[in-house]
Design a protein around this ligand. Structure first.
Ligand SMILES: C[S@@+](CC[C@H](N)C(=O)[O-])C[C@H]1O[C@@H](n2cnc3c(N)ncnc32)[C@H](O)[C@@H]1O
Length: 260
């Protein structure tokens, strides 16, 4: 757990640097405002397209019903919400009757999500809300499912966010989180460390013109809790039946939890 309390301010690591909560929040915000226009392209390049498979796997773990109230937190450019819609239509031959709510504090990321929704013909089925996970503007028990993909490690105050997830979740609701994991198979570690800590910032420099943002993205993976610690945090927030599945040698994991 990388949140440190001192007598005045709560502190957290931004990548490998320890800063106070406000600074963490501002810096994360500027990372995503800065990379928004190149975010999708960089995801494909950095993960060799694997992020699409990981996201499909996340979506396939939900048991969707047409009237399910779903919120995608840290939605970014909207991949999960769009996949959910397509997946339900293609596999179940039904449409959601409820719009999917898409939240993110970055208005630049939301703008791109909005433009993609127009291109995909989904705009009327989606609600866009510019908000951070730590203070969600929704009533108690408003949702049956919460998804969050590659967003959890960017949240400044993860404990407050998890309490919010629990508060807005209805009884019987399913929480699903896809995130990089700090624990990879030892055989992969040397290659993975070199690739993520050295090569990705270089790609960030030449493709996104922002090496610092991509250094942060790689470093923040090392600061994220291992699945057991994340499960303990979810349990503290009130969730039950918590399980993690490690994927591709531990590079990413899907965390599943329920509100009962
Ligand atoms: C790596 S992107 C993930 C986007 C998308 N979910 C995906 O899987 O491609 C992380 C997102 O988290 C958002 N974010 C950062 N801080 C947040 C917070 N405190 N609460 C909610 N979202 C946050 C960023 O604005 C960014 O869009």
């Amino acid at each position: 757990m990388n949140v440190i309390k001192n007598s005045t301010k709560q502190r957290k690591n931004f990548g490998f640097e320890e800063v106070d909560f406000n600074e963490h929040k501002n810096r994360v915000r500027s990372v995503f405002e800065s990379v928004a226009s190149r975010y999708d392209k960089m995801n494909d390049l950095m993960s060799f397209g694997l992020h699409r498979l990981w996201k499909r796997r996340l979506v396939s773990q939900l048991n969707p019903k047409a009237d399910m109230r779903i919120i995608d937190i840290a939605t970014g450019t909207g991949d999960i919400a769009f996949l959910l819609k397509d997946w339900l239509k293609n596999t179940r031959n039904q449409e959601f009757h409820q719009p999917i709510t898409m939240c993110d504090p970055s208005t630049e990321m939301l703008k791109i999500a909005n433009n993609r929704a127009i291109d995909l013909g989904h705009l009327c089925d989606l609600n866009f809300v510019a908000t951070s996970a730590e203070a969600l503007p929704f009533r108690n028990h408003s949702f049956d499912a919460i998804t969050i993909s590659f967003g959890m490690r960017n949240i400044t105050d993860r404990r407050s966010a998890m309490k919010e997830f629990h508060r807005i979740m209805d009884f019987g609701g399913h929480f699903l989180c896809l995130e990089f994991s700090p624990v990879v198979l030892p055989i992969l570690k040397p290659f993975y460390d070199a690739y993520s800590l050295k090569f990705i910032p270089v790609m960030g420099k030449y493709i996104a013109d922002d090496p610092g943002a991509y250094r942060y993205l790689a470093e923040s993976i090392r600061e994220f809790p291992c699945p057991e610690d994340l499960a303990a945090e979810l349990s503290d927030a009130g969730f039950s039946n918590i399980r993690s599945q490690s994927i591709n040698g531990g590079i990413v994991a899907i965390h599943s939890a329920w509100r009962i």
